[in-house]
Design a protein around this ligand. Structure first.
Ligand code: FE2
Ligand code: FE2
Length: 282
């Protein structure tokens, strides 16, 4: 069953315009190495409400700029093009994530909060461990659970079986997904990200975020997303019903050379994420 269902989903995802026209343009631009700051600002300025949200996010304490960013061109100068791109991507995906995710015990908006939380936490960890690209960490964190949205949309019937199995046998959803469908939200999420032209490292981080030991291309990036996911779960950020069934893997901490007090510090530093997200959403 697994292959057939996965193939069908991938085909439908391909045919489905999941986003608005502006979102599609933004997604294409963010994945095009030849796009420029002017292109991106054009897309943003096209929609004043979107511009306001970009600026609100740019002014989030998580970006740590003392100066207030008031225009898109200023945002490009102050934030830098790469950061602006990831902010645009986050806001672009909001609609897609911002729905009730039946079966995972997530209410409307929960998965979006969890995803932005994980993106911000990934960025925080990436900065602390001096990872080579903090923005890549942000994007991988943002997309790690995208498979949940996809499964929710395409295999609604099977979701009930997954819940039942997870409840009766105490399995994590990923384990129950694998038993019922033959693949899990990591597998399908990584395939979709591949289709959307995200790079190999991001695709791998999505595929391995619950099993960081399986990463080969960029073990650091996968470990960052894994730890960020754990931090969000510890903070109760968009946890849903199976949140606590994903333990923190020691190998991810070893990989990043983080010890327990440092994790506690990171959790503390990430404590305000929820508040930040509410502000961005306001
Ligand atoms: Fe997950
Ligand atoms: Fe997650």
């Amino acid at each position: 069953m697994g292959q057939d269902v996965a193939q069908r989903i991938l085909k439908e995802v391909k045919d489905l315009p999941p986003f608005s026209a502006i979102a599609n343009r933004a997604l294409k631009l963010t994945n095009n190495p030849r796009s420029s700051a002017i292109d991106i600002s054009r897309v943003i300025s096209y929609d004043p409400a979107f511009t306001a949200r970009v600026l609100r996010m740019a002014n989030s304490a998580y970006y740590g700029f003392s100066r207030k960013v008031t225009t898109v061109s200023e945002a490009i100068v102050i934030l830098g093009y790469e950061t602006l791109k990831s902010v645009v991507l986050a806001l672009t995906l909001q609609k897609f994530y911002d729905r009730e995710v039946h079966g995972y015990g997530l209410e409307k908006g929960d998965l979006w909060k969890h995803s932005v939380g994980c993106a911000l936490a990934s960025r925080l960890i990436a900065t602390q461990v001096k990872y080579v690209s903090v923005e890549e960490a942000f994007v991988a964190g943002l997309l790690h659970d995208i498979g949940k949205v996809i499964l929710n949309q395409f295999v609604r019937e099977e979701i009930d079986k997954i819940i039942e199995l997870s409840g009766s046998q105490g399995l994590s959803f990923a384990e129950a997904e694998k038993q019922v469908l033959g693949f899990d939200h990591q597998d399908i999420g990584s395939k979709v990200a591949e289709k959307w032209n995200f790079n190999d490292k991001i695709v791998e981080a999505i595929r391995c975020h619950h099993r960081p030991d399986r990463a080969r291309k960029d073990m650091d990036l996968t470990a960052i997303v894994h730890v960020a996911d754990f931090i969000c779960l510890s903070l109760g950020l968009g946890v849903g019903s199976d949140g606590m069934l994903y333990p923190l893997k020691k190998e991810a901490l070893d990989r990043l050379k983080l010890d327990e007090p440092e994790i506690d510090n990171l959790i503390f530093a990430a404590y305000n994420i929820t508040e930040e997200i509410e502000k961005i959403l306001a």
